[in-house]
Every structure is written in structure tokens, then in C-alpha cells.
Design a protein around this ligand. Structure first.
Ligand SMILES: C[S@@+](CC[C@H](N)C(=O)[O-])C[C@H]1O[C@@H](n2cnc3c(N)ncnc32)[C@H](O)[C@@H]1O
Length: 334
């Protein structure tokens, strides 16, 4: 195998060096890797002998990588095939949980597997399921009303041409089943121009992926459950890849790391106690060297916070993003 081919196949965990330098002061305990993927983060954390990792991923296909790590590290590693909104179901054997890590979005393997339909280069039936889903993208494109398709493209993709794309989908599905290449062609046909920075279909594909996998609700409840699971002094680290994800994480960390003015005229505000400590206000982004080696890392942003006290009410956080979670709840007739 030539050096180039080897490099192409290589998996580059995003912002790995930065993640490790942030969590290493807490070494000597258990870390929960909520987005195991190919195990890039888990493996690196396990290199230090006194660390343990509990890893989860909703994608069954990663069990292969998990088994490999399990063989090497035995009782220092455990894997669960669940969604991270369900992490409270994990029975922690010890109370030494030091950190919870999220590296959001799809993995290298998911985007490269053209049968799974995450990429507009994919062929065949629309899929986009990460794992543990109720329906696929094919069902959405075949059955969702025009009005709701517009909402999905507009809010989850920030797609300017939402109305015209939704109209065309509804028109074409009357005569044929729309597959992945048809969808990319529909978007190209509507947009007619090429944006050289972004493929014409990127926003529509992102929007559908978010809806199919309920990524916004997953993130909101993943963060709340991670916070509740973590002891005081533990760290939450999140790597995001698009602006909606980053807005959610930024709000969660910033809002709960500030003391709000409690007014006697607004007694509810008293609920808003500070329970996180934020070291970096600005996110950490990939270095030039990482960008050169792994260009897809360009949209990554890492934020982290330390838990400073317990808190049970996250209504303000849930309410702030209700506009998005309501769209994820939109139904379609089969
Ligand atoms: C960017 S990859 C993680 C890569 C990993 N850090 C590594 O170094 O190999 C994201 C992974 O998170 C998983 N994932 C995404 N959303 C999830 C969720 N709600 N619950 C559990 N796993 C999820 C995906 O299936 C994917 O494998």
C-alpha cells in the first residue's frame, strides 16, 4: 500500500491534542466518551494506565472497533450501544467519573459508506440513520408535507431556497421514488449555481440528517443528563461542527456559568444559580497543522466547562431551543 493510500484511510480524531491537554489534569478516573466512533478519543485516554473509559455510540457498526479496544484494555473499557440522551441509564460502578466528552456529528466511516446516504455523493435509497432511529430519510422525503419540509430545510439547514426545493421534491415524488442522487440533482436544479466553498446540497443534507436523527433533542438532553451524572469537579467537553450545535453548547455553558441578577420582582430568576465554571469564553479551533492534515476539521469548535454545584432545573435551556425541538417532533403520514 502506498503512503498516500495509507494517509487517506487514516482516521484523524479532531482536536485530539487539545482535548487531552484539557482533561489530563483529571487523569486517574473514569471518562465517558459519548461519541465513540472509531475510538480515537477512547484509545488515547486509555493509554494512561490508571484511566478507565465507558464509551457509547448509537451506531451498531462501531462495535467492531469497541471489541478491539475491549480485548486490549479488558476491564478498563466498556461499550454501550445507546444514544447519549440515555446516558442516565448507565450504571456507574465507581464514583470516580471525571469527565464526559461529546464529539458531535457523523464519523468518517458513516460519511464514507455511500450506502448510508450521509453524503450527497451517495447512491441509492435515502438513509441517513446513525442508529436507533424510528425512520429513514427516504420516509421523510416520500411522505413529509411540503410545509414541514420547508421548516426542516429553513431551520436545520438555514437554506435560502427551502420553499423552491420543497416544492420540487413534492412535484417529483408524484411520479417517482426520490433516491439520494435524485435529491442532489433536485437541489442543483433549483440553485443552478455552484458555491465553490459549499456543495449545493450540503445544507439540505445537514437539515435532513438532523431531523432523521433528532440531533437537537439528543444534544440538549445529552448535556443535561451529562451534567446530572457528573460529580462536582468533573468536566464536560463538547466538539461541535455546525452553528446550531455550537449555539446550544455555548448557551448551556455560558448561561449556567454566570450568576444572574435575582430580582425580588422576578422570583423565578433565583433558580438561575451558577453551576458551571467556564475557563475559555472563546471556543478552541484546529491549528493550521491540523487543518492541513485533516481539512474537514475546519468547522470544529471545542468548548468545555467544569461542574461547580448541582442543579435540577434546566427549563430555561430547554425553552430557549423549543423552536428546534418542536420541528424535530413534526410528524408525517406513511
Ligand atoms: C465525529 S464521530 C466521533 C469520532 C470519535 N471521537 C473518534 O475519535 O473516533 C461521532 C460519533 O457519534 C455518534 N453519535 C452521534 N450522535 C449520537 C447520539 N445521539 N448518541 C450516541 N452516539 C451518537 C455517531 O454515530 C458517530 O459514530
Amino acid at each position: 500500500m502506498s503512503a498516500t493510500i495509507k494517509l487517506e484511510n487514516k482516521h484523524f480524531p479532531v482536536l485530539l491534542k487539545e482535548l487531552i491537554s484539557i482533561i489530563s489534569p483529571l487523569y486517574g478516573g473514569t471518562f465517558l466518551d459519548c461519541t465513540f466512533g472509531q475510538g480515537g478519543y477512547s484509545k488515547k485516554i486509555l493509554e494512561k494506565k490508571n484511566n478507565k473509559v465507558i464509551a457509547i455510540d448509537r451506531d451498531k457498526s462501531v462495535v467492531l472497533y469497541a471489541k478491539e479496544i475491549q480485548q486490549k484494555y479488558n476491564n478498563r473499557f466498556n461499550f454501550y450501544n445507546i444514544k447519549f440522551s440515555e446516558i442516565s441509564s448507565i450504571k456507574l460502578e465507581s464514583k470516580d467519573l471525571k469527565g464526559i466528552i461529546f464529539d458531535l456529528g457523523y464519523s468518517n466511516n458513516q460519511i464514507k459508506d455511500l450506502n448510508r446516504g450521509f453524503s450527497f455523493k451517495s447512491r441509492g435509497k435515502l438513509n441517513m440513520m446513525m442508529g436507533i432511529n424510528n425512520f429513514s430519510c427516504h420516509e421523510v422525503i416520500s411522505n413529509m408535507s411540503e410545509e414541514n419540509l420547508i421548516k426542516i430545510f429553513k431551520y436545520f439547514g438555514e437554506e435560502k431556497f427551502s420553499k423552491r426545493i420543497a416544492r420540487k421534491i413534492v412535484e417529483i415524488r408524484e411520479t417517482k421514488k426520490i433516491n439520494t442522487e435524485d435529491l442532489a440533482k433536485i437541489v442543483d436544479g433549483v440553485k443552478k449555481f455552484k458555491n465553490y466553498k459549499l456543495n449545493n446540497s450540503t445544507k439540505v443534507f445537514q437539515a435532513l440528517r438532523i431531523y432523521v436523527n433528532k440531533e437537537i433533542s439528543e444534544l440538549i438532553y445529552g448535556l443535561i443528563n451529562a451534567f446530572n451524572l457528573l460529580p462536582v469537579g468533573g468536566i464536560i467537553v463538547v466538539v461541535t461542527f455546525h452553528s446550531i450545535e455550537d449555539k446550544i453548547v455555548k448557551f448551556f455553558f455560558k448561561n449556567y456559568s454566570e450568576i444572574k441578577n435575582s430580582s425580588r420582582y422576578l422570583p423565578n430568576k433565583i433558580n438561575n444559580i451558577k453551576c458551571l465554571s467556564l475557563k475559555n469564553k472563546k471556543p478552541i479551533t484546529p491549528s493550521n497543522a491540523e487543518l492541513k492534515l485533516n481539512p474537514p476539521s475546519r468547522s470544529a469548535k471545542l468548548r468545555f466547562a467544569i461542574k461547580t454545584s448541582h442543579k435540577s432545573n434546566f427549563e430555561e435551556f430547554i425553552g430557549k431551543f423549543k423552536k428546534f425541538t418542536d420541528i424535530e417532533k413534526l410528524k408525517f403520514d406513511k
